[in-house]
Write a protein that binds this ligand. Structure first.
Ligand code: DX5
Ligand code: ZN
Length: 224
């Protein structure tokens, strides 16, 4: 199971240090939650901040940007130029999803498509052969620290079958990532559903312990 730390609930006034804490704990895929105050009711950061972060973190660290923005089709390149290795774009926000996905891959990044909790899998059936990852939201995007929506189980299990079928017929393997409300009590469960990449924000960055301590709790939960 890949654990991708979401820095949303980290100390944003000390962003580089928070990221380093996660990297030092052994987590090398940073999940960067980009919010535009339009697609979601909150704002975070954009390419300039990501570019600065890139300079202060080791090269092997994967920058996984979750673009919660309405205009990814216009500005995806700014995120790649800023140093992102992976971009996930919301199916609900893209008019020409195929064009966007192709452009991101042509620019050298891996690409994911994100489904909000109320968005059906049907929205990605046609694009599944073209992408590297599907991000299933288990909260409504916009804020860290929200409660897990367990009804995404059916969607994830069906997605896993679709991907298995695709691989069986020679198609590309697609990773299933989940985002929102992942903690020690549900991380193993979503793994059983077919998730292999968990975004964890408040489960790692909180007042109860260091990232290293909180990660150990998650890893223990995955082992039992
Ligand atoms: C929500 C973000 C998430 C989220 C994760 O819009 O995409 O990455 O903040 O944080 P937790 O784990 O606290 O739900
Ligand atoms: Zn996210």
């Amino acid at each position: 199971m890949i654990i991708a730390p979401s820095i949303l609930t980290a100390d944003l006034s000390n962003l580089a240090e928070s990221c380093k804490e996660a990297v030092d704990a052994g987590l090398d895929r940073l999940h960067l939650d980009v919010m535009d105050g339009n697609f979601v009711p909150n704002m975070t950061f954009g390419p300039p901040v990501i570019k600065s972060l890139r300079k202060s973190l080791p090269e092997h660290v994967i920058f996984d940007a979750h673009l919660m923005i309405t205009n990814a089709e216009d500005c995806y390149m700014d995120y790649i130029d800023a140093g992102c290795n992976h971009l996930s774009v919301h199916v609900e926000a893209a008019t020409h999803l195929h064009r966007l996905v192709t452009a991101i891959r042509d620019a050298g990044a891996t690409v994911g498509v994100v489904l909000n909790p109320a968005t059906s899998l049907d929205a990605i059936t046609e694009i599944l052969p073209e992408i590297d990852l599907v991000l299933v939201m288990s909260v409504n995007p916009g804020f860290g620290g929200q409660s897990f929506i367990s009804s995404v189980e059916g969607k994830i299990r069906r997605l896993k079958s679709m991907i298995d079928e695709q691989v069986k017929t020679g198609g590309r393997p697609v990773q299933i990532q989940i985002d929102g409300g992942i903690k020690s009590h549900n991380i193993a469960m979503v793994g059983e559903w077919g998730v292999s990449n968990c975004v964890v924000g408040s489960g790692l960055f909180n007042d109860r312990g260091t990232v290293k301590e909180n990660l150990a709790i998650l890893q223990t939960a995955l082992e039992v």
